[in-house]
Design a protein around this ligand. Structure first.
Ligand code: R5P
Length: 298
């Protein structure tokens, strides 16, 4: 029998925390997180946590505002006697800088993993950006569990898109595009992308010729500047295909990215609800709660 956890939202994680409690039971803790007048962070946990499983919940997009509260809440919970402290992060940031691409760069995926591994006892998340890394275990020293968004995305496509062809913009998206295509029984093509800078990307799509009668559904894990999606939309249209539906697991949407993608010709943009955004149409709460349940039972 699972011990009901004490669930603490990190800033911005309130709705995810509520949805987790609805699925796992347990209770939301009363906490106060605020800034002192000098900008330093104050945290207080008003609910009892002694010998309890504590679960911190919240996405780690825009991490600058969230990391110190997360570190201090975890330390406070431990200090107050929590049995274990876990982290449920619907979006796990810092995963893309997983190598030194240019001399002198920091490999921040590794540093962030080391920091989180010292901060919490376990981690559950939704589809982290794993490409050069095969699994989170390569950089995290704590138990981790990954919830998969593909089944929920495939179910949405089945409901909303007649005759889809799933399109992965690049080799890094292949794992998600193939899983979605398999789950919704659609053909899949994976294109080739060249990235020359944060916002300088090109994509080619000759393989789409065979699927001109289908609706392209572009599937990627992250939409950030949207340059990858935008160049893919352009390539898909240039190949003679219909205006595509763009599906991102994590809609980070850097400034103006959503509007830019619509302006580039996306018929529709939808995301999973790992990061709150008007494009959220696909819920992954059940999968994430299952991942957290597995960690709590371990
Ligand atoms: C990296 O390859 C990822 O899978 C995404 O394609 C990438 O992060 C998207 O970033 P942006 O929206 O800035 O092109």
């Amino acid at each position: 029998m699972l011990a009901p956890p004490v669930v603490i939202a990190i800033p911005g994680g309130e709705r995810h925390a509520q949805r987790l409690v609805e699925r796992l039971g347990g209770e939301r803790a009363d906490v106060l997180v605020r800034q002192f007048p000098d900008g330093e962070v104050y945290v207080r946990i008003d609910s009892p946590v002694v010998d309890r499983e504590v679960v911190l919940v919240g996405g780690l997009d825009q991490p600058g505002d969230k990391l110190l509260p997360l570190l201090f809440l975890a330390a406070t919970a431990r200090d107050l006697g929590a049995k274990r402290v876990g982290l449920v992060a619907p979006y796990l940031s810092f995963m893309r800088q997983d190598a030194r691409f240019h001399p002198g760069e920091g490999v921040t995926a590794t540093y962030f993993a080391a920091l989180m591994s010292r901060t919490v006892d376990w981690l559950a998340t939704v589809d982290p950006h794993l490409h050069r890394l095969a699994s989170l275990d390569q950089i995290y020293r704590i138990p981790t569990k990954v919830a998969r968004a593909a089944p929920a995305i495939a179910a949405w496509i089945r409901r909303e898109v007649p005759r889809p062809v799933i399109v992965g913009p690049d080799a890094e998206s292949e794992q998600w595009a193939l899983a979605v295509a398999r789950d919704c029984d659609a053909p899949c093509v994976v294109l080739e992308k060249t990235r020359r800078g944060d916002r300088d990307v090109s994509v080619t799509a000759p393989q789409l010729d065979a699927h001109r009668d289908r609706t392209p559904v572009l599937v990627d894990d992250i939409i950030s500047t949207a340059r990858t999606m935008i160049e893919t939309v352009v390539a898909v249209r240039a190949a003679g295909a219909a205006a595509p539906v763009c599906v991102g697991i994590h809609g980070v949407f850097a400034d103006g990215a959503h509007a830019d993608l619509l302006a580039a010709g996306a018929a529709r943009i939808v995301t999973c609800n790992t990061i709150a955004h008007a494009s959220n149409a696909i819920e992954v709460d059940d999968a994430l709660a299952e991942a957290a349940r597995a960690m709590l039972a371990s």
